[in-house]
Design a protein around this ligand. Sequence first.
Ligand SMILES: CC(=O)N[C@H]1[C@@H](OP(=O)(O)OP(=O)(O)OC[C@H]2O[C@@H](n3ccc(=O)[nH]c3=O)[C@H](O)[C@@H]2O)O[C@H](CO)[C@@H](O)[C@@H]1O[C@H](C)C(=O)N[C@@H](C)C(=O)N[C@H](CCC(=O)O)C(=O)O
Ligand SMILES: Nc1ncnc2c1ncn2[C@@H]1O[C@H](COP(=O)(O)OP(=O)(O)OP(=O)(O)O)[C@@H](O)[C@H]1O
Length: 502
Amino acid sequence: MVKLTKVLEDVVFTSNTDSKGFDDIEIVDIAYSSLKCQEGYMFVALKGETVDGHKYVFDAYSRGARVFVLQDDIEMADDAIKIIVEDSRIALSKISANYFGNPSKSLKIIGVTGTKGKTTITNYISEVLNRAGINTGVVGTNGTFYNNISETTVNTTPESYELHRIFRKMLDSGVECVSMEVSSGGLQRHRVEHVDFDVAIFTNLSPDHIGPKEHPTFQNYLECKAKLFTLAKHGIINIDDEHAQEIIDIATCDIETFGIKKQADIRATNIEYSKNLDSLGVKFVCETKNTAGNYYICSPGMFSIYNALAVIAVCKYLGVKKEITREALTEAKVCGRVEVLSVLPYATIIIDYAHNGVSLENILKTLEHYDHKRLICLFGSVGGRTKIRRKELGDVASRECDLSILTSDNPDFEDPLEIIDDIAKSFDKAKSKYIVEPDRKKAVQLAVRMAREGDMIVLAGKGHETYQLIKGVKVPFSEREIVKEEARKILESRKDEIMIAN
Ligand SMILES: CC(=O)N[C@H]1[C@@H](OP(=O)(O)OP(=O)(O)OC[C@H]2O[C@@H](n3ccc(=O)[nH]c3=O)[C@H](O)[C@@H]2O)O[C@H](CO)[C@@H](O)[C@@H]1O[C@H](C)C(=O)N[C@@H](C)C(=O)N[C@H](CCC(=O)O)C(=O)O
Ligand SMILES: Nc1ncnc2c1ncn2[C@@H]1O[C@H](COP(=O)(O)OP(=O)(O)OP(=O)(O)O)[C@@H](O)[C@H]1O
């Protein structure tokens, strides 16, 4: 239970009740969904994208809530305490921080924003810092992780209440640092408004998340991302990105830069690509004003170097020894991010989360640097969302691959074949061929069976996901297991052949 006066500290509001009496009122908990309200709860009405939470104040009242944070004044029973604020999402953020005792002030918080690289970088940071003895938790698309505890998250950047609740749990269990993904949607909806960020990282920016329930324009998308650099003390920015300067212009924190092409505080040179049976990697020299050191990262391509540079920059800022950063980066891997499955001795199979044009192009172009015969890509596109992605993905695959296998990827309520038809239009004028197999399991099996000596096969879109979204239901689906099982069968059936060859 927390006193109402404490919960409302630094919140600007008007009320139907004299606030002098708030010292005697205690809040059991806070809910922004009426369905979660119980006796003694405070209900915060949010204006949602689908419905207006103000519609549910009476439901919250009937479940026992008596304190209501509202953006619109509403006629209610006399014993309802109304806290009227200008923006209930901002209020929820401050109220949640207060309720949980402002845990972010006692944690080192590193926020990573940008269109691509957030999950990868946050996980790499945690690998390095934990190895350096700094107990670090992660918050992002793959969930929250700390001290061997994990929770799933609905959003990449959870709602402010969930965020401060997680911070409190982390702090109480000995976590010192949190490496978190900060989405533009989270910034737009004030989920991180009262998070005390120590460091903010900017990876890159390209058009994404622009649409009816997301950002109205690219400029709005950029400005939302840039806001992180007004909340942090120190900013680390990819200076090679074409929008870096616009972010720097909005930032209010001190700035350090990293890059490859332009002059930067932390810069990679002498880049070399390297390929092993179980990983594709890159070697580079990392130069700062007075130092230069060799690094290797077991993830391919230029984008992996940018991710590594961001990690090197933040670890240097936090005083981690170079040797520890170097060692940790050599082994750092992130589930479903350019993950090489070493299941066939003669071909390379990669699982990757690339699900839009930019990331698919990055991964496919990157693979050009690694010796291979055919490049085969299996992918689909999500149902019920913007159709632009289908064309983007189709254009990239038809240009970059020798063969594409078009299949399903979270079709939800849409007919998978209609989605595939949209993607297939990109192949009309292309030289490259495609095969259609809407059942993703069969498609993955087919891809593994098709693999020949020297081929590279990219299974794009699923990444870390362990389900397929079909008609509103998350049906269990493990791409990794299907690949392993199919490869096992192939190797078993070819055992005699392989023994003779050896
Ligand atoms: C479009 C969008 O951002 N939606 C987010 C939003 O939900 P909403 O606005 O649709 O909520 P709503 O259904 O309209 O309901 C409004 C309010 O009424 C309440 N309610 C509703 C029903 C009821 O019976 N009682 C009740 O009290 C709801 O709890 C809610 O508070 O607020 C929820 C709580 O914070 C979020 O979980 C939800 O994220 C959805 C899942 C989502 O897909 N969001 C995307 C856009 C997003 O945020 N993505 C970013 C990553 C992408 C990026 O880089 O921007 C992310 O961080 O995940
Ligand atoms: N720095 C980068 N620049 C461009 N592409 C990248 C970068 N890092 C990773 N990728 C590609 O994008 C995919 C998604 O990477 P990651 O999950 O780290 O990004 P994210 O910002 O969390 O993305 P999302 O918002 O889609 O969850 C990877 O699987 C890889 O193909």
